[in-house]
Design a protein around this ligand. Structure first.
Ligand SMILES: Cc1ncc(COP(=O)(O)O)c(C=O)c1O
Length: 416
């Protein structure tokens, strides 16, 4: 029996854990010779496809030169190139790049930057506003600003208090009013997942709402943090989801697709006033955050290659094509009477299937997982919510296979 303890896995249920030996494009290959279609980009990280040759080559080349170097007081060309490459494609108001190593840490950094900003200006504001049903990672700060529920009940005593803004329904006014009131009371920052709340159930809201949220924060001087860890790198049809609302955040979190999904790396981008608030002759005002592998050169080399792919290849054209292919298949599945609330944002599709219980622990979740695993498809429903977030290179045949398996799963579940 393996001693490995897997994340988000109930080992007591005896789920089989396939051994994966190789990956390429939209597929994973198991030790027992099976090809598995990766319909969720291995937890939303893989953008262009697994083992992209240019990204792999960049890692190999870097491995012959410099593996790791402390990043406090030292620098290296791959990190400098990532920073330059990011500033060339990100909104102009974001001028500073702080490295870390996961989506969660990019969020921790964002929250600490926001509090450091206020404190260094002599204001002790510290209240963080969040959007209902949000998810920002599994560290203590990330959980604190995320939805409270089964994910984090056991750790609730460690989580800090936040102001929760309701996710707008048909009438967004109550959400705007709640945000106005919280901002007027002197919040430090508002953190949101722009346009789509991922782990909260692939819940979508329109660009106009995002734009109004940002405008309210701006009017009150409250910092606006966009967590684009999931939405960044084209998932929603544009490089950033914020673009669709013409919103420029004060702080932006990116990870996952930053390296094309090959190796862990994250950045938190900050606007100049946030950096300037930490700039001083006083060492007590520096930004107190680091981790051992900050800006690891191998990871940065992968990000440099990813940035080159975005510059040199028709990535957005591929994204548009995938969005169209997804739309055609979603329209078909939406006609299934067991399917509810079919929705799409860019390359992401999602819908609920009728089930006696809903939510993350809906009993059909594990049944669906097993059903798809047996058919060689990596899908991980969020309770009774099924979603697809494939790598951009997935072809029509693989997409058809995935949707056909979903139709079969629905038929089997409703017959049971
Ligand atoms: C919006 C968002 N923020 C933060 C995270 C945490 O990222 P990581 O799992 O890399 O720590 C995730 C992960 O899915 C996410 O979707």
């Amino acid at each position: 029996m393996s001693p490995v303890w897997h994340p988000f896995t109930q080992h007591g249920l005896g789920e089989p854990i396939p051994l994966v030996t190789r990956s390429e494009g939209a597929a994973l290959y198991t030790a027992d010779g099976r090809r598995v279609i990766d319909a969720i980009s291995s937890w939303w990280v893989t953008t262009h496809g697994h083992c992209h040759p240019k990204i792999m080559a960049a890692i190999v080349e870097q491995a012959g030169k410099l593996d790791q170097i402390i990043f406090a007081g030292w620098t290296h060309e791959p990190a400098e190139a990532v920073a330059r490459g990011l500033l060339a494609i990100m909104p102009g108001a974001l001028t500073r790049v702080f490295f870390s190593d996961s989506g969660s840490t990019s969020v921790e950094v964002a929250l600490k930057m926001a509090l450091g900003f206020w404190r260094n200006r002599g204001d002790d504001r510290h209240r963080i506003l969040v959007l209902e049903h949000g998810y920002h990672g599994d560290t203590i700060g990330g959980m604190s600003v995320g939805e409270r529920g089964v994910y984090n009940q056991a750790y609730a005593p460690l989580l800090f208090e936040v102001g929760t803004i309701p996710l707008p329904g048909a009438d967004p006014q109550p959400s705007y009013d709640a945000l106005e009131a919280e901002c007027a009371a002197g919040a430090a920052a508002f953190i949101v997942e722009p346009l789509i709340l991922g782990a909260g159930g692939m819940l979508m809201y329109p660009p106009a709402v995002l734009a109004e949220f940002a405008a309210i924060c701006r009017r009150h001087g409250v910092l606006f943090i966009a967590d684009e860890v999931m939405t960044g790198w084209g998932r929603t049809g544009t490089l950033l989801a914020c673009e669709q609302a013409e919103v420029v955040p004060d702080i932006l979190c990116l990870s996952k697709g930053l390296t094309g999904g090959a190796v862990p790396l994250a950045v938190t981008l900050a606007s100049e006033p946030i950096y300037q608030a930490h700039l001083s002759g006083d060492r007590a005002k520096m930004f107190f955050h680091s981790s051992s592998y900050t800006a690891n050169p191998l990871a940065c080399a992968a990000a440099v290659a990813n940035l080159a792919i975005w510059r040199e290849e028709p990535v957005l054209r591929g994204i548009t094509l995938l969005a169209e292919r997804q739309a055609q298949r979603l329209a078909r599945i939406a006609a299934n009477p067991q399917v509810e609330n079919a929705r799409q944002l860019g390359t992401i599709t999602a819908f609920e299937i009728e089930a006696p219980t809903t939510g993350y622990l809906s009993e059909i979740g594990p049944r669906l997982l097993a059903f798809f695993r047996e058919r060689g498809i990596l899908l991980r429903p969020l309770g009774n919510t099924i979603y697809l977030m494939p790598p951009y290179c997935i072809d029509e045949a693989d997409l058809d296979t995935v949707y056909a398996a979903i139709e079969e799963a629905i038929a089997e579940i409703s017959a049971a």
